[in-house]
Design a protein around this ligand. Structure first.
Ligand code: FAD
Ligand code: FES
Length: 263
């Protein structure tokens, strides 16, 4: 299992509870794909004992980034790390988004809510390289929950924001904005990460219009690489609905594979 115990943080940015770390990790950067994640050790001691899964947000020559929101003790401890300190990471893990096929000139729509926006920047850049016309739907409760809108715009993505309170962009859920825009014509593919209700609604919108959609599921993870069976959910494939490990078989699944009642 690839393990980098000393990935040095070379830049960090914070917006309230949201944090972005850039760190040096040449081996990780050489092999990571969009949609994959790392298991991060958050404590120096044993509390919390388990590593926490965090998506790869971006990567370049010898460096990678993570973007996370403080959810509990582990991520709060992680947020205390300073530039020059190190991260202890296992990864890249999981399969990531499937980008096979022709994307040149085709529309790829990325839908992210809150911290779920994290993997979509790395993904958007990979789609851009393939010539796709990338549009990003970025939703949050308030404008404070969509701190990366400017970063996505600066990368050349067409960004449509939504907030529940109307403080930035469309007022309402990102799925309502998406549904409105779908009326003008469907994209070639939808790529989604966010809270379960948002992903389920997006999957149903895609399925009703026969748009291929890939969804990044979350689960509480013990190991992150298939050893503990702590992350299983029922996923249907040709062989019917079976318990699958979100860490190893996912975290990205085709929308029509997901059994939402149990996801
Ligand atoms: C594949 C994967 C990729 C992820 N990528 C990111 C990312 O890029 N950025 C980011 O901010 N977060 C991401 N998460 C979620 C992140 O792992 C959790 O927020 C984190 O583990 C919480 O740990 P904690 O110790 O801070 O909180 P805890 O005290 O452990 O939990 C706080 C709350 O978060 C819930 N929670 C804990 N772990 C998870 C989990 N794995 N999934 C869903 N809910 C959880 C708990 O039920 C509890 O309600 C990802 C999760 C997965 C499975
Ligand atoms: S987290 Fe251990 S098997 Fe998936």
């Amino acid at each position: 299992m690839p393990h980098d115990p000393r990935a040095r943080i070379i830049r960090r940015q914070s917006w309230g509870d949201f944090h972005l770390f850039r760190f040096e990790s040449p081996a990780l950067a050489a092999s990571a794909k969009p949609g994959q994640f790392v298991m991060v050790r958050t404590a120096e001691g044993t509390d919390p004992l388990l590593r926490r899964p965090i998506s790869l947000h971006d990567g370049g020559d010898g460096w990678m980034e993570i973007f996370f929101r403080v959810a509990g003790r582990g991520t709060a401890l992680l947020a205390e790390r300073k530039e020059g300190q190190t991260l202890d990471l296992i990864g890249p893990l999981g399969g990531g988004y499937q980008l096979d096929g022709e994307w040149s000139g085709r529309k790829a729509w990325l839908v992210g809510g809150g911290r779920g926006i994290a993997p979509l920047y790395f993904l958007g850049r990979a789609l851009q390289v393939r010539g796709a016309r990338v549009r990003v739907f970025y939703g949050g409760k308030t404008r404070a929950e969509i701190p990366l809108a400017g970063k996505f715009r600066d990368a050349g993505f067409d960004v449509a924001c939504s907030t529940d309170d109307g403080s930035l962009g469309y007022r309402g859920f990102v799925t309502a904005l998406l549904e409105k825009e779908l009326a003008a014509g469907p994209p070639a593919g939808l790529f989604v990460c966010g809270p379960d209700p948002m992903m389920e609604r997006t999957a149903r919108l895609a399925q009703a219009r026969n748009i291929p959609a890939q969804i990044s599921l979350e689960a509480i993870m013990g190991c992150g690489f298939g050893a503990c069976w702590g992350c299983v959910k029922r996923i249907k494939r040709q062989d019917g609905g079976k318990w699958r490990k979100i860490c190893e078989d996912g975290p990205v699944f085709a929308a029509d594979e997901i059994i939402w009642d149990e996801a």
